[in-house]
Write a protein that binds this ligand. Structure first.
Ligand SMILES: [Zn+2]
Length: 185
């Protein structure tokens, strides 16, 4: 099962990797409020975004992630291949704490529909896309036989876009009720 954190002693990788949440490695802290002389720490914005600048090659990124010992090589390869973004909605999974906690992987063709556990059939995905929006939806019947990984992902993206649009309409309806201006009947 994805998303289960495992101990460092275990041969399995910790997933999602925990090093960024410990503050020892990872992106620099965003400039912001510093607590000076106060014992109360300032609020941490879980939505803070970091800039992205790719300097290393994918192989070097994988190598260095594995060297942190928080990553298994397979997970590092899958993540680097996707440029650390959800392959379905483009959420930058290293963009913020909240996004980081969304870290997940999905079997593009679900195992239950005969999909394999190979890297080819795995997509880096945010939790929302994986569980709420895709939810084991199988893109295969929507594609030509022998469709490529990219074509299957493209079908999933289309499916997720349609679902998101319909949920957005619902949310907008609720907003109209919740935030209706005073004086309106
Ligand atoms: Zn997503």
């Amino acid at each position: 099962m994805w998303g289960v954190e495992r101990s460092r002693r275990n041969k399995h990788p910790i997933w999602p990797p925990t090093s960024l949440t410990k503050g020892s490695t990872g992106p620099r802290k965003a400039p912001g409020r510093q607590s000076r002389g106060s014992s109360v720490a300032g609020p941490v914005n879980p939505n803070v975004n970091f800039t992205r600048e790719t300097i290393l090659t994918t192989d070097r990124i994988v190598e260095q992630l594995v060297a942190t010992r928080d990553w298994g090589e397979r997970d590092a390869r899958i993540s680097a291949r996707a440029n650390f973004k959800c392959e379905y909605c483009d959420l930058d999974l290293l963009g913020s704490v909240r996004a980081y906690k969304e870290w997940n992987k999905d079997h593009i063709v679900p195992i239950s529909a005969g999909g394999s556990d190979s890297e080819e059939n795995i997509a880096l995905a945010c939790r929302t896309c994986n569980f709420s929006l895709k939810n084991k939806w199988n893109p295969e019947p929507r594609c030509e036989p022998g469709a490529t990984r990219e074509q299957l992902i493209s079908a999933v993206r289309e499916h997720i876009r349609a679902k998101t649009t319909s949920i957005l309409k619902q949310v907008q309806g609720f907003r109209e009720i919740a935030f209706r201006e005073c004086g309106e009947s």
